[in-house]
Design a protein around this ligand. Structure first.
Ligand SMILES: CC(C)(COP(=O)(O)OP(=O)(O)OC[C@H]1O[C@@H](n2cnc3c(N)ncnc32)[C@H](O)[C@@H]1OP(=O)(O)O)[C@@H](O)C(=O)NCCC(=O)NCCS
Length: 578
């Protein structure tokens, strides 16, 4: 029997069961904290309510548990209060010895957790629920009474699996999704969806969300015209279907988006909508407010991952159709309580501009590309005189090019990192070793490593390029400081354009300057070709009330129209550095 004393945060019905569970497990519950002043001095199962959660600091000598059933509220409190979180397991629960359970999690009477399962922090495995072998249950999850998860089910953070709901083996329930009471998930459930029924289907019209976003039920919205507009997971088959019939780039690959989600701290999703004749897909990251801006936990911004992941349309749209999609996009973002949208458009996969309330398109800068459909002689003619002399000099000095020799990858990564430090690049470009390994895994054979070797066999320069569809992208490059003056990258791009042309690619997109500026990097790139493109971004304030609240919380002046055109959008955060 443990003699460790415990503090319980929350004094509602769920807290009563948590206290009963702790007491049954032989723990001593010293007190309860709750922000409802009316409950102060009352007691639950003989345990006194001592005050509000703001006095939690006085109890740091106790272990504690947040006993609030609602996942978002539980997370808010667990993140706000700094205490030593304990685990409560009812003695009648059957938990296999190898199961791991994170701090703050409760397992109620009659629950069963089978071998190999892993349960995150601050989750609830409620009365008589079962979690079968090898399930992965995230943080702030609630598996409600009598709910059942088959083997190897993945339940991402924040999910509610409602009373008597169930998931078949191997299914994944996306983060912050809700399986309604009695629902049966027979395949993956997308993040943030409310799904009901057997087999479950998404409850497209979640009235609570519509009410909270201020849309009057009954009023026609773009969502009515596109009732299937939704967010989809990168693994959703509709993603591949859109890619199969659209010209697209590396930035549209679900693997690329998932990688960006990991390194840019956002949840990877696609906006997907159909209008009967065409479909639209936009790769996105949903970013929660963290750190300095504390806001309701559901509020978020919807932003593009880095690169140029513009909307894709299965049929070339006119401006009216783009507007219709934009409005449906707005409504879907409003439903997840987004504050703003920031989408990076592709410099040459263009669609007409649409219109929607509080929406602007901003000209960010220029990019350059090489047209690979012209002859090799023509490409040479299009090359600036200075570049041509440097290329000839490097050839004379016997610098050589090696394509896709991945034994050089480690050296390339070190050279890239040194280059970024040398030029004082923004930390967003300073990728670690792990990123490069993940990038290679994610993009596979569509990622290419081009290296320049000096006459004595040293690595002088190199770049990573992608080839997706008919488009080559110049992704990341570096130069050894020793050879910097010779400009080995020039020889490399000269080689690579011919390499790409001979393999049938039609364009090598070189990108623009640093942060889309007109700088020496853009000048270097434009030395290879006269082709210029305009890089634009699309910005939208989804909900003025939420946007204003975040701006004020970040202590920034509120100027909606000025903000939409600002260098960084949304201005309250550097989430969306362009
Ligand atoms: C799914 C759920 C979250 C929806 O809640 P809501 O957004 O308030 O939805 P509403 O009550 O407005 O219902 C909307 C529609 O969905 C239907 N619906 C709601 N819950 C449903 C369910 N579990 N199964 C089937 N249909 C359901 C309603 O009948 C209604 O249909 P209608 O539009 O044809 O009239 C909620 O009903 C639910 O099941 N929650 C789980 C609660 C739970 O298990 N908690 C654990 C406590 S320990």
């Amino acid at each position: 029997m443990s003699d460790r004393h415990v503090l319980v945060l929350g004094a509602g019905g769920h807290a009563k069961v948590v206290i009963a569970t702790l007491q049954a497990a032989g723990r001593v519950v010293d007190g309860v904290l709750d922000d409802d002043a009316a409950l102060c001095n009352s007691n639950i199962l003989g345990v006194p309510v001592l005050g509000g959660t703001d006095c939690a600091g006085s109890f740091h000598h106790l272990e504690a548990i947040v006993a609030i059933g609602d996942n978002k509220t539980r997370r808010e409190l667990a993140e706000k209060v700094k205490l030593d979180w304990t685990v409560a397991v009812h003695p009648s629960a059957v938990v296999h010895a190898g199961v791991t359970i994170g701090p703050g999690t409760v397992v109620f009477a009659g629950a069963v957790i089978q071998p190999g399962a892993r349960i995150g922090a601050h989750s609830i495995i409620n009365t008589a629920a079962s979690v079968d072998h090898d399930c992965l249950v995230g943080d702030y999850v609630h598996i409600a009474p009598g709910a059942h998860l088959g083997g190897t089910v993945t339940v991402d953070d924040g999910v509610l699996v409602g009373i008597a709901a169930a998931a078949l083996p191997n299914v994944r329930i996306g983060s912050w999704a809700t399986l309604g009471g009695g629902a049966l998930a027979i395949s993956d459930v997308e993040p943030r969806i409310v799904a009901v029924g057997v087999p479950c289907r998404s409850l497209r019209r979640d009235r609570k969300l519509l009410r909270s976003s201020g849309i009057v039920p009954g009023r026609a919205t773009a969502r009515d015209a596109m009732p299937h507009a939704t967010f989809i997971a990168p693994s959703d088959s509709r993603w591949r279907e859109v890619l199969a019939c659209t010209r697209h780039d590396v930035y549209h690959l679900p693997e690329y988006l998932t990688l960006c989600g990991r390194y840019e701290n956002g949840e990877p999703v696609g906006f997907y909508a159909e209008d009967g004749e065409s479909a639209c897909l936009i790769p996105l990251l949903v970013k929660q407010f963290t750190g300095s801006i504390e806001m309701p936990s559901a509020w978020c911004d919807v932003v593009s991952p880095s690169g140029y992941p513009c909307p894709l349309y299965t049929e070339p749209p006119d401006a009216n159709r783009v507007s219709m999609y934009l409005r449906a996009f707005h409504d879907v973002c409003d439903e997840i309580e987004a504050c703003s949208i920031f989408v990076r458009l592709h410099p040459f996969l263009d669609a007409p501009a649409g219109s929607a309330p509080r929406t602007v398109y901003v000209h960010q800068g220029e990019t350059a590309s090489i047209d690979l459909t012209v002859s090799e002689d023509e490409m040479w003619r299009q090359t600036r005189h200075g570049h041509r002399s440097d290329i000839r000099r490097l050839e004379k000095l016997k610098f050589t090019i090696v394509m896709d020799d991945w034994t050089l990858y480690g050296d390339f990564v070190r050279m890239y990192q040194e280059t970024m430090l040398r030029i004082g690049a923004d930390p967003i470009y300073q990728f670690g070793e792990e990123y490069f390994q993940d990038l290679k895994r994610a993009i596979g054979t569509q990622l290419h490593l081009c290296c320049v070797k000096s006459p004595d066999g040293c690595l002088a320069g190199g770049a990573l390029l992608t080839t997706v569809g008919d488009i080559m992208q110049y992704h990341l490059s570096g130069t050894d400081a020793k050879y910097h003056r010779l400009g080995p990258t020039k020889l490399m791009l000269h080689f690579v354009r011919t390499w790409g042309k001979r393999r049938g690619y039609s364009a090598l997109h070189l990108g623009g300057g640093v942060s889309a500026r007109k700088d020496s990097l853009l000048d270097f790139k434009t030395g290879f070709s006269p082709h210029r493109h305009v890089f634009k971004t699309l910005r939208m304030v989804v909900n003025e009330r939420r946007y204003a609240a975040v701006t004020l919380r970040a202590a920034r002046p509120l100027n909606l129209s000025g903000d939409l055109d600002a260098t960084y959008f949304p201005t309250y955060h550097r989430f969306s550095a362009s």
